[in-house]
Design a protein. Structure first.
Length: 205
């Protein structure tokens, strides 16, 4: 990424604070309603927490609504994600309602409205130098890769899209991505409905 523009230095963070703060107030009834449903259908904890890699690879704790059970096999180990993802969990993922608690991550400054999706910390050593450039910016609630394939693309394509975003970051591009995100979510485009929101593990190049 070249010399930062005014939007990159100041405007983007200001937009994040304004939109996430407003959205948390506006969607408070939705957040409360989903929380009650998660508690009823899946139990506690209602919010899923996990370390993710943020800007400059700095770890942070991401917040999402829980979508899986804690079902375990005879050996006491958690069953595979596909076996623990309930129909209700699939609905939350398909509609992106499980992502709403990330608004708190945005308000806190760990994330942005738009950016590469935050991935597991254990993936950081597996990126190529070029792929690692996705961490030059804050991770996002949505991003260029998310509106160009969602979870139906290969890792190489997703990571290349993330780096492209870093090199082309602008106010106009962020608005375009936010607008396309609304369309993608409403139409539930580019989703593997049998495996909603579950990407295969990244094992490097």
């Amino acid at each position: 990424m070249g010399r930062p523009s005014f939007y990159q230095k100041v405007g983007k963070r200001a937009l994040d604070i304004a939109v996430s703060g407003t959205a948390l107030v506006a969607f408070a009834p939705v957040l409360a309603g989903v929380a009650v449903l998660v508690k009823t259908k899946l139990g506690s904890p209602v919010v899923f927490k996990q370390p993710r890699a943020g800007k400059n690879h700095k770890p942070f704790t991401i917040y999402k609504f829980r979508t899986m059970t804690d079902e375990r096999g005879p050996d006491g180990k958690l069953l595979p994600d596909n076996d623990r993802l309930t129909p209700f969990g699939k609905f939350l993922r398909a509609t992106s309602l499980d992502e709403l608690p990330e608004l708190f991550n945005i308000l806190n400054g760990d994330m942005s409205l738009v950016g590469p999706r935050p991935l597991l910390v254990k993936y950081v050593p597996l990126y190529s130098p070029e792929q690692a450039r996705r961490h030059e910016v804050r991770p996002g609630l949505t991003g260029w890769a998310a509106v160009n394939g969602r979870n139906s693309t290969q890792w190489s394509e997703r990571l290349a899209a993330d780096v492209w975003y870093v090199d082309n970051l602008s106010f106009a591009l962020d608005l375009k991505i936010l607008w396309r995100t609304v369309s993608v979510v409403l139409k539930r485009e580019n989703i593997d409905h049998g495996n909603v929101g579950i990407m295969p593990e990244f094992t490097g190049n």
